[in-house]
Design a protein around this ligand. Structure first.
Ligand SMILES: Nc1ncnc2c1ncn2[C@@H]1O[C@H](COP(=O)(O)OP(=O)(O)OP(=O)(O)O)[C@@H](O)[C@H]1O
Length: 261
């Protein structure tokens, strides 16, 4: 029987340690006051999720709900504390702006390095090289170290390499917020083509209209738990509602404003 599941996240939990004191002075003061020096914080709490081959899923939730952490665990860059993740096929993750690009290497060198990390051999990278450079529009900066690139150029190159690896599963985190509108449109068109070719996509973005256009399913995270998994419309409505609640709370108290940023 053909495998129809591209990603299986099973009962994943992830905790972080929050350190309250950074300096020795601060630690001493807290110790004298018998305050805790650190806390364990649960960023993902027993999350289970199955994504079918060819599905385009939006991962939404207010700031700090655990979206990036979940993408990092699915991509394999971070292990879960509990639970398991299985991904079928080649995965490409655009998890942070410029993810995977080495600042001291040139654009050209990064194409080969990043291509290899994402599973392309040298012959495949060579065959796609011109297309990667063309799509990224980095032109004369190709032989400059990428630390001299603007954030838009960084993102264009990272996106171009990732999309050219023809991943079976494409994980995208907020990168579409960077860069100029024209390039953004080009990326979105590319993602539509990618979807139409039957590949799987999991995307985090704060632009609700974009998510509605690209995805049919939405997973809403709140405090590291799945609050909704289903129709994108309902997920988008939930997000807009929660954002409104946060804004209202922020208007009432400056501390809430700080927490709700
Ligand atoms: N390496 C880390 N160490 C400690 N805490 C972390 C770490 N990474 C994330 N967190 C915390 O885990 C929580 C979830 O973070 P995460 O980045 O996954 O949320 P998010 O939903 O992607 O948020 P945003 O929309 O702001 O990007 C946050 O409270 C964050 O501060």
């Amino acid at each position: 029987m053909a495998e129809t599941r591209a990603v299986v996240v099973d009962a994943v939990t992830k905790r972080f340690t929050l350190r309250h004191a950074r300096s020795i002075k601060n630690m001493t003061v807290r110790a004298l006051r018998r305050e805790k020096l650190r806390d364990r914080f649960t960023a993902l709490d027993d999350v289970s999720l199955t994504i079918g081959v060819g599905e385009a899923v939006a991962l939404v939730g207010v700031n700090g709900s655990g979206k990036s952490t979940l993408l990092k665990i699915i991509s394999g860059v971070m292990p879960p504390d509990e639970g398991t993740v299985r991904v079928r096929g080649r995965v490409a993750g655009l998890i942070e702006v410029g993810a995977g690009l080495h600042p001291d290497l040139t654009g050209r060198e990064n194409i080969f390095l990043n291509g290899a990390i994402l599973g392309m051999d040298r012959a495949e990278t060579l065959a796609k090289f011109d297309s990667i450079v063309g799509f990224a529009e980095i032109g004369r900066f190709l032989d400059q170290p990428v630390r001299f690139y603007s954030s838009g150029m960084f993102m264009r190159l990272a996106f171009s390499i990732a999309v050219h690896t023809d991943p079976d599963v494409f994980l995208i985190d907020e990168v579409l917020a960077v860069g100029d509108p024209l390039f953004r449109r080009k990326c979105i068109e590319r993602l539509h083509e990618y979807r139409a070719s039957g590949r799987t996509m999991l995307i985090v973005a704060h632009d609700v209209a974009l998510l509605r256009r690209l995805c049919t399913r939405g997973v809403f995270l709140e405090n590291g738990r799945v609050l909704w998994d289903g129709d994108i419309e309902r997920a988008a409505d939930l997000l807009l509602k929660k954002r409104q609640e946060r804004r209202r709370a922020a208007a009432l108290s400056p501390e809430a404003a700080e927490a709700g940023r």
